[in-house]
Design a protein around this ligand. Structure first.
Ligand code: CP
Length: 299
């Protein structure tokens, strides 16, 4: 997707949010743009925000959705991804998938004849970043030319932030332990588009003058106790607390895609403080994804 298309989706997400401020959540959007459309929502991993925001979003657009557990599908019991894609394409108008491996998403998209939306993989989480861009811009105006600082693990959400940095023209600093650096391919992409990407091991230096400070959970629910302890030890210096936020720009925002582990990657004082927009991010998943669905379906 090019930057113009991203801007158009963000504009549409904002207008859909504005248009329903005075309406009950259950009322469909004007014109019901997804009327008569069926969207499959596949989850191979747990989810609260992605599952509910996509399900509600489809209904608000006047469409219907079916939530499918990867484990309950034949996909989880030996049927190939390609055949699953071919079959689902006969039934539904679009597929959203949250999956362990990005290769699964790619193979599904390659063999489906309907749009396939990335609801999170091991490498990327673009729908989250659409919501985060929308959230930043509704609070502070255009993100172009601003500096985003990511503290902690250079994970899938960090990778999608880097992708957005290249497309939307903002600068990006990663601060975290070297073993958890973001994939170089995402750093290279952002730099190739003109984004000033820095790696800074000292979090206090990294956040100097930042416009936005972002972090994410340090552990995966699949980590063993030993792995959790190892990651905690590595990541503890990168916790976002009030002292760290005080070094950012005075009007800096704080983001976390949630779910959060309070007092681990971030203190409650920051999560619940005046710079935090975490629940706006969650709300904006709904509107940003509705715009993504409309873009993918051409409605
Ligand atoms: N941020 C996010 O993707 O949340 P869920 O895992 O609850 O979907």
């Amino acid at each position: 997707t090019d930057a113009d298309a991203l801007h158009r989706m963000l504009d549409q997400a904002r207008s859909m949010k504005d248009a329903r401020r005075t309406f009950p959540k259950a009322v469909p959007d004007e014109g019901k743009p997804l009327d008569g459309r069926m969207i499959a929502l596949i989850f191979e991993k747990p989810s609260t925000r992605t599952r509910v925001s996509f399900d509600v979003g489809v209904r608000q657009l006047g469409g219907q959705s079916m939530v499918l557990s990867g484990a309950d599908m034949q996909l989880g019991h030996g049927e190939s991804i390609a055949d699953t894609a071919r079959v689902l394409s006969r039934y539904v108008d679009a597929i959203m998938i949250r999956t362990f491996e990005e290769t699964t998403l790619e193979e599904l998209a390659e063999h489906a004849t309907v749009p396939v939306i990335n609801g999170l993989t091991n490498r990327t989480h673009p729908c989250q970043i659409m919501a985060d861009l929308m959230t930043y811009e509704e609070h502070r105006g255009p993100i172009k030319g601003r500096r985003v600082v990511w503290a902690g693990d250079g994970n899938n959400v960090c990778a999608s932030f880097l992708h957005a940095a290249g497309q939307m023209g903002f600068d990006f600093t990663f601060t975290g332990p070297e073993v958890l650096d973001p994939e170089q391919v995402f750093v290279d992409y952002a730099r190739s588009k003109g984004s000033d990407v820095r790696i800074e091991r000292d979090p206090r230096v990294a956040v100097e003058g930042a416009d936005l400070v972002v972090t994410d959970t340090w552990v995966s629910m699949h980590d063993s106790q030993t792995a959790r302890e190892r990651r905690h030890n590595l990541l503890r210096p990168f916790q976002v607390d009030e002292d760290l936020m005080a070094r950012a720009a005075p009007d800096a925002l704080f983001m976390h895609c949630l779910p959060a582990h309070r007092e681990e990657e971030v203190t409650s004082t920051v999560m619940d403080g005046p710079q935090s927009v975490i629940f706006d991010e969650a709300e904006n998943r709904l509107h940003a994804q509705k715009a993504v669905l409309r873009y993918c379906l051409g409605v």
